[in-house]
Write a protein that binds this ligand. Structure first.
Ligand SMILES: NC(=O)c1ccc[n+]([C@@H]2O[C@H](COP(=O)([O-])OP(=O)(O)OC[C@H]3O[C@@H](n4cnc5c(N)ncnc54)[C@H](OP(=O)(O)O)[C@@H]3O)[C@@H](O)[C@H]2O)c1
Length: 281
């Protein structure tokens, strides 16, 4: 079994460490090179996964107001960790975001792993800045995910977020079912794969589809108001426009790592979500 050292003890990093045999979760500060080297020296891992980063609480608008803290973790920290892994010849999996793409891709089927991105928000600029360098390093994989959907209710889950918003925009996006993401990261580790990967489930989903499935399987009495995308900022519901986009998942498939089509994976996640809600009630 490989020893996997995971940085970033947050929502996804903790879930990955708890579900992956041989994984050890570090609380080291990735922007502190001494702490990073000590954590690696203590564990002597075969592979390192970086789930650490400032994602903004309650949402990415926080990053607009806290640029230096965001920059320190998402750019400086990411590069320090990548530099140490390069020095030691360690395979690094760096977790990034599909939110670096805004709007329509050059290919109408969606943004490719090789496309240059066009980030707008400060959060997405920091994610892209770091991965522009990291993706060029040897022994390194960059995995971009998008709007993670979990099979358990939580304030971090897109299903829970949408179900609790009184006003929702109906946009079409590529999304990532978290159960599938965990398998993708483990498969990339097993193959020692390198380069940029889009860990999005094939196909796309509209917010209306998610809400419809939620009303079918979880709460038939759910109600919300539908608003236009522009109203999100004009009504003060968000400070910066959100990234909405379609991404193509081509490179994972090329190496035989397949994610389930979104309609199947979303229904499966919603059925599990409904089971947890019913058990609670
Ligand atoms: N969740 C999403 O919607 C989403 C979408 C696309 C991509 N991603 C990417 O996925 C990764 C994990 O996201 P997540 O949802 O798990 O976010 P999260 O819950 O905020 O977890 C990130 C963790 O990293 C920690 N961290 C921040 N700066 C650090 C530093 N300098 N050194 C060590 N740890 C540090 C955070 O601690 P604090 O809480 O103390 O800051 C937190 O525990 C991030 O890189 C994020 O950009 C997430």
């Amino acid at each position: 079994m490989q020893t996997v050292l995971v940085f970033g003890p947050g929502f996804l990093g903790t879930m990955f460490a708890e579900s992956t045999p041989g994984a050890i979760l570090s609380t080291a500060d990735i922007a502190n090179e001494t702490e990073v080297r000590e954590a690696i020296e203590d564990v002597r891992p075969d592979v390192v996964v970086n789930f650490a980063g400032k994602t903004g609480k309650p949402n990415v608008d926080w990053c607009e107001e806290n640029k230096s803290i965001t920059f320190r973790s998402n750019v400086t920290g990411a590069l320090i960790l990548a530099g140490v892994c390069q020095d030691l010849g360690l395979h690094l999996i760096h977790i990034s975001s599909g939110c670096i793409f805004y709007g329509t891709a050059p290919d109408p089927r969606g943004w490719l792993e090789s496309d240059f991105a066009n980030p707008v928000s400060f959060y997405s600029c920091t994610k892209y800045a770091a991965e522009l360098v990291i993706a060029q390093l040897e022994n390194t994989a960059v995995i971009r995910l998008r709007m993670p959907i979990d099979s358990k209710p939580s304030t971090r889950n897109l299903i829970t977020k949408l179900a609790n918003y009184p006003k929702i925009i109906d946009v079409e996006n590529s999304v990532t079912i978290i159960d599938d993401l965990m398998e993708v990261v483990r498969a990339v580790i097993a193959q020692k794969a390198t380069g940029v990967f889009h860990a999005v489930n094939p196909g796309s989903v509209r917010h209306r589809d998610i809400i419809a499935l939620y009303e079918e399987l979880v709460d038939p009495n759910h109600v919300n108001e539908w608003i236009n995308e522009q109203d999100l900022v004009s009504q003060g519901l968000a400070r910066k426009a959100r990234s909405n986009n379609l991404m193509q998942n081509t490179r994972l498939a090329e190496i035989g790592i397949n994610m389930r089509p979104i309609n199947i994976a979303l229904r499966d996640a919603m059925e599990k979500y409904a089971a947890v809600v019913k058990q609670r009630d």
